[in-house]
Ligand binder design. Sequence first.
Ligand SMILES: NC(=O)c1ccc[n+]([C@@H]2O[C@H](COP(=O)([O-])OP(=O)(O)OC[C@H]3O[C@@H](n4cnc5c(N)ncnc54)[C@H](OP(=O)(O)O)[C@@H]3O)[C@@H](O)[C@H]2O)c1
Length: 292
Amino acid sequence: MSDSPVPVTVLGLGLMGQALAGAFLAAGHPTTVWNRSAAKADELVGRGATLAASPAAAVAAGSLIVVCVTDHRAVRELLEPLGDALPGRVLVNLTSGTSREARENAEHTAAQGATYLDGVILTIPSGIGTPEATILYSGPRSTFDEHESALRALGPGATFVGEDHGLAALYDAAMLSVMWGLLNGFLHGTALLGTAGVSATSVVPMLGQGIEAVTGWIARYADQIDAGVYPADDATIDTQRAAMQHLVEESRAAGINGELPAFVTKLADRAVAEGRGGDSYAALIEQFRKSA
Ligand SMILES: NC(=O)c1ccc[n+]([C@@H]2O[C@H](COP(=O)([O-])OP(=O)(O)OC[C@H]3O[C@@H](n4cnc5c(N)ncnc54)[C@H](OP(=O)(O)O)[C@@H]3O)[C@@H](O)[C@H]2O)c1
């Protein structure tokens, strides 16, 4: 693997694409750019980027091609006409999408003679190129290894998650689920306390302690999930279900939206009906594994 800056191409210069191209330039990579609306390249050209006249010309100029446009549809519209330009190139798609779209892209680009890595950016444009930037990649390990040095220009947290092209998108979706789960719990709990005049700001210190405690349980529960056995060495689902019912009751009495605790209670009800009332909370994974 060589650390000398390889020529790179960035297709798509929206907010994120401009940040990506800027980070490659800052790391000394000869950088060719293309955008549907050419004016968005002006600032980058001023910093030394080369503006290509067409996507095909842009692809011909780089050995590593990064695509970052609005969505999967835009990716396909951009790549399909490229035909002859792609063979031998490595395409890194940093456009957000689903795992299915990532796998489809991999198939199409393979048919066009290119190697494909799918990536997920876990930061905002201003984080690109800084230590805060984590980007997850999936696809052939050897391709990631070969280009890791260039990809680290976008952020030192370049992380390979697996050879299945859909994995980066799946990690992204899983992290969104965790994030919204946490945020919704915060919003619901804060709405409840707000009915007694407690401000959102004063909830924060106690929430921090709660989140820290839950983080501690997660590793233990993950072991149980992988083993498929859920010994309740802390609290049983029966016990937690009773607390869930209190939360539903409190929400109702306070006149706030109780759908969130009602949903969680429903999951616990089903687990109890399946004989899992004596298991740990981790046994609810069995409910999430079923389609609704
Ligand atoms: N911004 C973030 O914080 C962030 C964080 C993580 C991931 N992402 C992902 O990064 C991707 C880009 O986001 P962004 O913030 O850069 O969006 P954006 O500022 O809206 O830019 C969208 C880009 O896509 C191009 N585009 C759209 N349709 C196209 C088409 N049919 N053919 C060619 N180019 C097309 C646009 O070209 P024109 O300039 O000509 O319209 C523009 O360059 C998205 O998938 C987003 O989810 C963004």
